[in-house]
Design a protein around this ligand. Structure first.
Ligand code: RFL
Length: 385
């Protein structure tokens, strides 16, 4: 088995397969230290944590990860709280930055004797529509290598090579530009007590903990608005206005980037003996924090299916892999879009207009007046399925 990519998807799959006695090789184009430092997601949802519990990895992966208690939705500076775990029947997500998930999974895999080959360049797939696919690459020393295997898992993210190895006509691609831009800022500034979403006429903003002394902020910006329009002073001034907190403490900015809200899904998530996992198969907007969690969910479905195929000669789950994962993917695409419309349209109405603002405010109010609506929201937010 060859796994291309050592992100959350590839490393989860590698660990689960190793624990099941399936040999695999992980090929990663970056160095180990680069992969371990890459900061992205921050929330591990309920179902993701269950994967690590059920496969005996809880101690290595989940230690010290506090439960996510509630969220704050601040509307025109006025706080409103939703106790997501209570509403979701006691099921909670956890605050666990993605780089910790990756570091811990990498350590578990390598310490357990797993075969990890970093700095692998020019990865190419051959014969994936046959019985014995081959993967070639150039190793860290520049030598060309070739591995023959039963299956290939494409866990190499949105810009990887594996999806591009599939003939175009074999995949249907769904892409969507949500017409919303964000600027994302990582700063060494005190984390908020709860994940915080803020709605106001100044535009959407959010602040999430990234460990005790760091925060990730998101600010809505017009699509195409360049980073040069966002010097640090303007970031802090806008955050204070949008979060309705004139005393919001600033801190050194460690990363600043543009994010355009885009969705992407391929169907099916497999071709021949290649299975696409995580961002290689789908990307979702960051709203709702589901990207990494969908990647972990795919990895577990594939691990179970491969074990059944390789150990019990039962290919049923492997044949159902794509449909099983796409059902969850579309469910969360819908949730993310629903939440995004609510939190953007309810604030600055210069793009979608006053009618949509009223609709979005009604959607938002319903979360605080209807226990049924609040429970439905909390169930998706906690990621119980
Ligand atoms: P990854 O993490 O992109 O890992 C892919 C790995 O493959 C390697 N690779 C290759 N290796 C060999 N050969 C090649 N040709 C290769 N090409 C690529 C890469 O170096 C990398 O190591 O994909 P994976 O594993 O599917 O995981 C997906 C998640 O990383 C992604 O969905 C999340 O980070 C998305 N995301 C968020 N998800 C959440 O659940 N909650 C969040 O709050 C959240 N915030 C975010 C995010 C993503 C962001 N960015 C920048 C994409 C915030 C940001 C800013």
């Amino acid at each position: 088995m060859v796994i291309v990519g050592a992100g959350p998807a590839g490393l989860t799959l590698a660990n689960l397969l190793r624990r099941s006695g399936v040999n695999c090789v992980v090929l990663e184009k970056q160095s180990r230290s680069y992969v371990e430092r890459r900061q992205r997601a921050g929330i591990l949802d309920y179902r993701s944590a269950r994967i690590f519990e059920e496969w005996g990895l809880a101690e290595q992966v989940l230690s010290g990860a506090p439960p996510d208690t509630r969220i704050e939705i601040r509307v025109d500076g006025a706080p409103r709280h939703l106790d997501v775990p209570s509403l979701a029947g006691g099921r909670h997500s956890r605050l666990l930055p993605q780089q910790f998930v990756v570091q811990r999974l990498l350590e578990a895999y390598v310490d357990g004797g797993g075969d990890m080959r970093t700095d692998a360049s020019d990865v190419a797939l051959h014969g994936i529509d046959g019985d014995r696919p081959q993967v070639t690459y150039r190793d860290a020393a520049g030598e060309e290598q070739r591995i023959e295997c039963d299956y290939v898992a494409g866990c190499d993210g949105h810009h990887g090579v594996t999806r591009r190895s599939v003939p175009e006509e074999a995949l249907t691609t769904y892409t969507y530009d949500h017409g919303i831009g964000w600027i994302t800022v990582l700063a060494d500034a005190p984390a908020p007590r709860y994940p915080l979403f803020a709605v106001s006429g100044h535009g959407f903003a959010a602040q999430f903990p990234r460990g005790p002394r760091a925060s990730r902020y998101y600010l809505q910006r017009p699509p195409g608005d360049p980073l040069t329009n966002w010097p640090d002073d303007r970031v802090w001034e806008q955050l204070r206005a949008r979060l309705g907190d004139p005393d919001l403490p600033a801190g050194p900015v460690t990363e600043k980037a543009l994010v355009d809200m885009r969705s992407f899904v391929v169907d099916p998530m497999s071709y021949g003996r290649l299975y696409l996992v995580g961002d290689a198969a789908h990307i979702i907007t960051p709203m709702g924090g589901k990207g990494m969690n969908l990647a972990l969910a795919d990895a577990e479905v594939l691990a179970r299916a491969l074990v059944a195929a390789l150990k019990d000669d039962d290919g049923e789950e492997l044949r159902a892999y794509s449909a099983t994962c796409l059902r969850r993917t579309w469910d969360y695409q819908e949730f993310s879009r629903w939440m995004q419309e609510m939190l953007h349209d309810a604030g600055d109405d210069s793009v979608t207009g006053p009618f949509r603002r009223k609709l979005a405010r009604a959607r938002l109010d319903r979360l605080f007046t209807s226990p049924t609506a609040a429970t439905a929201f909390a169930t998706m937010m906690a990621g119980t399925d």
